[in-house]
Structure formats: structure tokens, C-alpha cells
Design a protein. Sequence first.
Length: 143
Amino acid sequence: MVYSYSGQFGIDPDGGFLVTFPDVPEAITTGDDIVEAKQNASEALGLALRGYLAQGKPLPKPMAKGKGLVEVPVEATDALKIAVIEAVQASGISKSELARRLGKAETEAYRILDPDHATKLASLEAALAVLGKQVVVSVMDMA
């Protein structure tokens, strides 16, 4: 699971840069300079994707490619949260069963699966592990 989408970076009429995503129209942000625009784009993308999940919608497929588009990854904690939610949905297990597998209270499983609840990295990794998933980190140069 890779959570990265192509963003369109352009000049904001009010100054700075405007960033939009052809595959995720809900993700729109700006930045005073290109560095800030890229940071804000990653955050906006994560918020929009978590919004899809909160509404019970499937995530859009990252399909846009081409000249003038820049790959924008979702922030790491958002990516792991999204991965856990998608893995639970794909497995068909209940929140209660996730809690049992984690050896935690059911309320903890509910928080882990709440797209808007901040969850510690260790809890997300543990949830992915009980779902048969492994986290692999890649570090790349910024475009």
C-alpha cells in the first residue's frame, strides 16, 4: 500500500503556490513558497483521504500522471492509520475482534480505527501486524 498522489502546483492568485489533486479534489491547499506548499499538500491529502474513510467511501485510485504533476506522499502517521482501516475492512473482522487480537480494550480498537483520532505509531504497527501486514519505510529525496 503506497499512499501517494499526483499534485498540481500552480501560482496562487493571492500569492504563493496553490496545490490541487486531480484524483482527490477535496485536497486543496496553498503555501507561501514551494517548500511550505509541499508540506501543506501532504497534510491536506491525508485529511482528505481520512475524510473518505470517515464517510465510509473507498479511497480514490491514484491515476493522474503527466507533465506538471508532482508526487505527494501522505504523512507517515496518516498513511499507517489509513492502512490499518483498509486492512480491517479487507479482512472483514470486527472492531471487537481487532481488540481481542491486540489484547486491548474494545475502546482502544475503536480509537485505532477512528480516522480522526491520533494514534501512536506503535499501536498502528501492532494493529497492522495482527492483520498480517508489515510496515516498511522508504526515504527518498524530495522532488
